[in-house]
Ligand binder design. Structure first.
Ligand code: GLV
Length: 310
């Protein structure tokens, strides 16, 4: 019977482990404890695990990451270089992300804040109708999540372009590639949406130069990682009017510290890393299917390339 270790700081890990046992009765499921015990587990389901995991467990055949982003895992001390890491592929996240981003976009393009303010004054006043050409959107990253976001916006007839590291055939949207391509895309973008994975190449990508390259009065939506964004540069770009407003779902430090200036900025909307939740049922079904495939010696998708960083 393969042994599966559950290593995530969940307040009620039994919600996960009970469901895993039900979906996969042939595995022994063990919750990781900081008690020094060695289990010789075959697999581990992890979210930002402690490095002690790798000091103790030497029989691991694969890790399943409890999220799409593996940045909390790849930098870990003692992570064996050859240990296969499998990340979540969509698992119900891309639809949530598309919905979240569309909500934020429509807030701006349909003047929702203006109408709320008018309502408080009892004012019936019609704003200018939406002109889609005034709201070109640039999506950074075209993985499962970025592609769903970009396609959902394009389906609403927004002019969407995408920025990627390497071009993929078959995408109907205008695609910009690499460092030079980024400048070109930003120069025609008013709403920028970040869905990138965090890697050494993408860290701090949203800095003052980035904001200055956007069309004036830009909107920034960050659903990637806090480390993509240089916080002070965003505040400066807002103060100078280069950026009109931002919606931030992810932060360098989470929870966002109470004294952080983002809290007090009227031009920043903060959500607590909820743009796409990890859904238990979908996630477990995906992991169990892949674990069974690995046990049967079959290939699986979603394998992380550590040198690429995602
Ligand atoms: C969440 O942030 C994820 O990486 O899935």
């Amino acid at each position: 019977m393969p042994k599966l270790l559950f290593v995530a700081a969940e307040p009620k890990p039994e919600r996960w482990t009970d469901a895993i046992r039900q979906a996969c009765p042939e595995v022994e499921v063990i919750v990781w404890k900081d008690d020094g015990q060695v289990h010789d587990a075959d697999y581990a389901i992890v979210w930002r695990p402690p490095p002690a995991l790798f000091a103790r467990e030497h029989k691991l055949k694969a890790l399943f990451n409890l999220g799409a982003g593996v940045d909390g895992l790849l930098g870990l001390d003692k992570l064996p270089a050859e240990l296969p890491i499998i990340r979540l592929e969509d698992a119900g996240m891309s639809v949530q992300m598309a919905e979240f981003v569309i909500h934020q976009v429509v807030e701006q393009t349909r003047d929702m804040a203006v109408y709320r303010a008018q309502q408080r004054q009892g004012l019936w006043r019609i704003q200018r109708p939406i002109t889609r050409t005034e709201w070109p959107i640039g999506v950074l990253g075209m993985g499962r999540i970025g592609a769903r976001v970009a396609n959902a916006l394009a389906a609403l007839d927004y002019a969407v372009s995408a920025w990627v590291r390497t071009p993929r055939p078959g995408n109907p949207l205008p695609v910009f590639v690499g460092k030079a391509g980024l400048r070109d895309m930003l120069a025609r973008t008013r709403i920028v949406v970040n869905t990138l994975p965090l890697t050494d190449e993408t860290r701090d990508i949203m800095d003052y130069d980035f904001f200055s390259a956007l069309l004036p009065g830009a909107i920034v939506i960050n659903v990637g990682r806090g480390e993509h964004l240089v916080d002070d540069d965003l505040l400066r770009a807002i103060a100078e009017g280069k950026v009109h407003s931002a919606t931030l779902d992810v932060f360098r430090e989470e929870p966002l510290p109470p004294q952080h200036p983002f809290w007090q900025s009227p031009n920043i909307t903060i959500t607590p890393h909820v743009s796409a939740r990890t859904l238990r049922e979908e996630t477990i079904a995906q992991i169990v299917t892949k674990m069974r495939a690995l046990e049967a010696g079959e290939p699986v998708t979603g394998l992380v390339n550590p040198s690429r960083g995602y």
